[in-house]
Design a protein around this ligand. Sequence first.
Ligand SMILES: [Zn+2]
Ligand SMILES: [Zn+2]
Ligand SMILES: [Zn+2]
Ligand SMILES: [Zn+2]
Length: 343
Amino acid sequence: MAAAQQLGSMSLGESVERKDNDTEPTAKNNGARTKLCSACGKNSDALQKCRACKCVWYCDKDCQNRHWKEHKKECKPIKMALAKRGGKLDLGTEEDVGPLGKVPPREECPICMRVLPIYKPLQSYYTCCGKTLCGGCDFQHQMKSGEWPTCAFCRTTLPKSDEEKLARLSKRVERKDPQGLMRVAMNYGYGELGLPVDQAKCIDLLRQSAGLGFPSAQYQLGNFHRLGKMGLQQNEEEALRYFKEASEGGHLLSLHNLGCMEEDENGDHVAAMRHWQLSASGGSITSTGILITCFEDGLLQHSDLAESLQAMYRSRNEMRSEDRDMFVEYLKMTGEYKEQYDF
Ligand SMILES: [Zn+2]
Ligand SMILES: [Zn+2]
Ligand SMILES: [Zn+2]
Ligand SMILES: [Zn+2]
């Protein structure tokens, strides 16, 4: 498994992506096996299974065709793996990973009330009111706003200079706003907004933010410990501890990384797959990809893979909106969209 590599690239995640513009239980643990259409999310007794991967269900051909663009990435390799083993769903070598757990609740956009997109650049944090909105709601607002952009939540004019931005951020820090603390921490870490590079200050502010239970700061600290960065000694135990804390706050990248650490350091496939299943069911395509590899390797049962896949599409549908799609289209048009945002 290329888990180590995955971790390497994922670890860079938020630390390089920082930008200043900045489940439900599924069938198994719910008792009843309620099937949902992976395209439209509707529930009916007449759903048809995808014949190729035998993992997901659809109302009809229309729903299936509409979903194909998204589903083919997962469907094709599963279909191939099934063909290789003569159509057998399981080989008998699979591990028992137990019931699919539940991803802890994640922060929602206060305007559209949908769970915030996974990657920071698809969110907007406002230094005026300290709100974090989804990029979709922000984009819609900015398209309509006048000559000077305003906050989509409280309508305050956005800062016109780095000095002004830093002054507002400092106020957020005084109020112990976890997101503000993390932003200023990273600004110190990389010498942004006219601040001198100060790694100790960065870690101190990150720890304050993490101590307030902010998953992104916990994740960031986990990464710095894991890689021995930002003036910290490499420390696996601390890294694990922070990733665990962040995971309890529903942080998907941390869940994914925990899986990679279980696999690479402990060789514990079951624990690794449990973590990947959770982050997949929260909407991670990357974790889903690794689960498919586990299935190909005869480590994961087909039914567990199917359940994770259904939960993944369900979460992604819940996170999707027209405004968010438009924002992503816009970023793709301007070349600002990066592949890992699809995490
Ligand atoms: Zn449907
Ligand atoms: Zn399929
Ligand atoms: Zn929103
Ligand atoms: Zn505001």
